[in-house]
Design a protein around this ligand. Structure first.
Ligand code: DOR
Ligand code: ZN
Length: 443
């Protein structure tokens, strides 16, 4: 274990500033940020030309452990995360069996403590009858409700059942917002379809808007903290904009929803592009990007949902929904910085500070004295081409195969320990459970 690291004369991006300076890390924490700090550290990093940013917090992944470890497990998923500059993740509850009890959450935390090289925590999934577990469970980012069905068996779609959960308890509720009835009606209409582009018609725009409106109305009625997962339509963004920014309702967007669009992506990638909620038209992709830039959408999450190529290449109707993303999100965003489409400060706000604030994570998301030393060294000049063959995730493919990147995470530090550097992993290091210190999380 390394006790201390000094990052010397490095460009530091954090908060509202980009400045050159030194960062001293001791026993897992940032203890000094300044200039000309004395070289009293066990390890000195002075690669001039590199940028130091806070580790990315990805608040939405599906690491498949336990239950479908052939797609991913907490070791392979956390390595994929580390290689992409992600130092913390929240994992979703649609495992087999689903993570809907305190014991199931505790089991996942134990698995992670043995396998994950980055920091972790786990959503608890809502069912029709687990209210006590939802509210009693210790230290989770929130309750995940599938208002529309997706991978796995979790579903709470009736208004009365949703109201019962919103009305009883205070911790954050995160929703997969798609109207189940509309989607099922469309599924019947398109039952014979063999065209993956029909996925965006089956999971129509209006189904997402209807569910988002219902969730927001319940949040307002019961004054319940609500987070809308993976926003996909411009109409939902406009609707949220008109709710005002009281902080009661927040939302996230995934890079694939603003960087890819139909029908092109379905013609190119077929069922590989099939995810829920779906990749929609360019009008939506552009609208989501604008909503992120204007602050209506509060953060980026990958919705990393790995399935094997064999599973994904089944015919439309049989192939499962979901695509990986945890290792490509930061390189994709750094490339947008290099294209002058956004700034490094935007990226840090959307991927580090934003998630920390939304979920009430203390001591992460910034490079400041007292904060955890979760850090990423980035080479903004380095170029690569994303390839299926170079994928770290066990699923072995990416929807961005062939995509040119400029801006690469070179090394990733978790609690002051280097867990990744240029293709090498240091798996003897393990991450920690992320403490949720949100004011609304009263149990
Ligand atoms: O496309 C999706 N895949 N959407 C979800 O809601 C679940 C995810 C998965 O777990 O495969
Ligand atoms: Zn998801």
């Amino acid at each position: 274990m390394i006790e201390s690291i000094l990052f010397k004369e490095i460009e530091i991006v954090s908060g509202s500033s980009v400045k050159t300076g030194d960062v001293l890390v001791k026993n897992g924490k940032i203890v000094e940020v300044g200039w000309d700090l004395p070289d009293h550290a066990e390890h000195i990093v002075s690669d001039s030309g590199l940028v130091l940013m806070p580790g990315v917090i990805d608040p939405h992944v599906h690491f498949r452990d336990p239950g479908a470890e052939h797609k991913e497990d907490l070791e392979s998923g956390s390595k994929a995360a580390a290689s992409g500059g992600v130092t913390s993740f929240f994992d979703m509850p649609n495992n087999t069996p689903a993570t809907t009890s305190q014991a199931a959450v505790a089991h996942k935390k134990k698995l992670a403590s043995e396998k994950s090289i980055v920091n972790y925590n786990f959503y608890i999934g809502a069912t029709l009858n687990n209210l006590e577990d939802l509210n009693q469970c210790q230290n989770v980012p929130g309750i995940k409700i599938f208002m529309g069905s997706s991978t796995g068996s979790l579903l709470v779609d009736r208004k009365e059942d949703l109201a019962h959960i919103f009305a009883n308890g205070s911790r954050l509720i995160a929703v997969h917002a798609e109207d189940e009835e509309m989607v099922q009606d469309n599924k019947r209409r398109f039952a014979d379809s063999t065209d993956p582009a029909d996925h965006m018609l089956i999971r129509e725009d209006g189904a997402a808007l209807k569910a988002t409106k219902l969730a927001v109305s319940l949040a307002k009625k019961y004054k319940r903290r609500l987070h809308i997962l993976h926003l996909t339509t411009i109409e939902e963004a406009l609707f949220l904009e008109h709710q005002g920014g009281s902080g009661l309702v927040t939302s996230e967007v995934s890079p694939q929803h603003f960087l890819l669009w139909g029908p092109d992506v379905y013609a190119r990638l077929g069922t590989l592009a099939q995810i829920n909620p779906p990749i929609r038209t360019k009008r939506h992709a552009d609208g989501l990007w604008r909503a992120l830039k204007s602050g209506v959408i509060n953060c980026i999450a990958t919705d990393h949902a790995p399935h094997t190529l064999e599973e994904k290449l089944q015919p439309f109707g049989k192939a499962p929904s979901g695509m990986p993303g945890v290792e490509t999100s930061l390189p994709l965003m750094l490339s947008l910085v290099n294209q002058n489409r956004c700034t490094m400060k935007d990226v840090v706000r959307w991927m580090c500070e934003g998630p920390a604030e939304i979920f009430g994570i203390r001591g992460k998301g910034k490079i400041e004295v007292g904060f955890d030393a979760d850090l990423v060294l980035v080479d903004m000049g380095a170029r690569t081409v994303l390839r299926n063959a170079s994928t770290v995730s066990r699923c072995g493919w990416t929807a961005f195969d062939g995509h040119k990147i400029q801006g690469i995470p070179i090394a990733t530090f978790v609690n002051g320990q280097m867990v990744y550097r240029e293709g090498d992993f240091f798996t003897e290091i393990k991450g920690k459970e992320i403490e949720i210190a949100a004011p609304w999380d009263k149990r």
